[in-house]
Write a protein that binds this ligand. Structure first.
Ligand code: CA
Length: 392
């Protein structure tokens, strides 16, 4: 009896040791998804640094060009510029017209939200406005937000926006590059994610509404204003995408690090995402920005991209066309001219792969059409709208 048992045991050990690596391999292989055959078509070209895209009813597209024009694209034809944009749009370097987002109840109320850099070389700021569109004219324009303090750099405006289910609007605000320390200050809206209601008012449940941070510095009247009530999260550098994932019911944002340290974060109200105290990147000179890669009270990046990929637009895919993409994140890359596919299980990244490198152009934005196809914007003087569909 004993002998038989021992033989059985030896056999079991042998089987387990032979089979287990196979099992592990089979499991990890099955978790790496690939995209079925797809087709890339050009919807339009000749756009000047297109930055963002919204899908209007009747298959019309609304496209912002960073150089300061908003246009419709109908059946591949690009319209004349839409009139009624503000006259203080500041077009220089990374500044200009930025995001365009429709109100969740657009079909009922017609509100379109636009973010843009405004002002002059000496004094500029990210602003957010809303307006309604009739034909090729904006009307009922209202400026809802102007980031304070103003700055004197033409870069790091951020400017991406996403609505939450309660019709509040999240807005990414960059650190202005030369003002990175302000990303940690609740007295400044630089380097923050800001939250306003759809009419521009302060949401009563913003995390610092009740904090009553009163400012003691007497000299600067601009940072005397209590802006902390607008802040949703802090410690951001230059967040180039933000989205609300309706299934996970959470917010994702990506941001540019300096040399290294690009990040994706799960954004929670009132949290500090670390910049510039915590970073895995170096200054462009190669100098260390901070000795810390972690710090009490500051969030670690959910995904760290070192070396930097220069992420831009990002979506959570729940369309009906590409089953393989369901529940995953897709982010465009300016630097590596492709789309990063973060394959997720819950909030765990199982695998990162890349898609559409054959396009070979800097990519500025990605959007999911209601029919499940993917739309990409290329970042160029002769910018294109591309549509990706499942091959028939
Ligand atoms: Ca961070």
């Amino acid at each position: 009896m004993k002998r038989i048992k021992r033989v059985k045991l030896v056999l079991q050990i042998l089987l387990v040791s032979i089979c287990c690596p196979l099992l592990v391999q089979a499991q990890s292989n099955s978790s790496i998804k690939s995209l079925p055959d797809y087709h890339i078509e050009q919807v339009a070209s000749g756009l000047h640094y297109p930055w963002s895209l919204a899908f209007l009813p009747n298959d019309e597209l609304l496209v912002s060009e960073r150089t300061g024009q908003l246009r419709k694209v109908i059946a591949g034809v690009i319209s004349e510029p839409i009139s009624g944009l503000p006259d203080d749009i500041y077009v220089k370097s990374q500044g200009g017209l930025l995001d365009v987002v429709l109100h969740p109840d657009y079909k009922q109320n017609g509100w379109i939200y636009l973010s843009y850099a405004a002002g002059t070389d000496e004094e500029n700021a990210l602003k957010v406005m809303r307006a309604k569109l009739s034909g090729l004219a904006l009307h009922e324009q209202q400026v809802l937000l102007s980031v304070t303090p103003t700055k004197n750099t033409p870069v790091h405006f951020a400017g991406r926006m996403a609505f939450l289910p309660d019709n509040s609007l999240l807005i990414t605000s960059g650190d202005g590059f030369d003002f990175r320390e302000q990303a940690q200050l609740k007295t400044s809206l630089l380097g923050k994610i800001i939250r306003i209601m759809d009419d521009g008012s302060v949401p009563v449940d913003n995390p610092f509404v009740a904090s009553g941070e009163v400012l003691t510095s007497a000299s600067d009247s601009e940072i005397q204003q209590d802006v902390s009530q607008y802040i949703y999260s802090l410690g951001h550098r230059n967040a180039q995408a933000i989205l609300y994932d309706p299934v996970r019911q959470q917010v994702f944002a990506n941001e540019h690090g300096p040399a290294g340290g690009d990040e994706v974060n799960i954004i929670l109200a009132g949290q500090n995402y670390g910049w510039p105290v915590v970073t895995r990147g170096l200054d462009y000179s190669g100098a260390r920005i901070s000795p810390f890669t972690e710090y009490p009270g500051m969030q670690q990046p959910w995904v760290d991209w070192t070396p930097s990929i220069a992420p831009s637009g990002m979506v959570a895919y729940y369309g009906s066309m590409f089953e393989a993409l369901k529940g995953d994140l897709l982010a465009t890359s300016l630097k590596f001219k492709q789309v990063y596919w973060l394959q997720l299980n819950g909030n765990q990244v199982l695998q990162q792969t890349t898609l559409f490198s054959e396009i070979g152009e800097r990519l500025r934005d990605i959007r999911v059409h209601p029919d499940g196809s993917l739309y990409l914007l290329t970042d160029a003087a002769d910018g294109k709208i591309l549509r990706i569909t499942l091959s028939k």
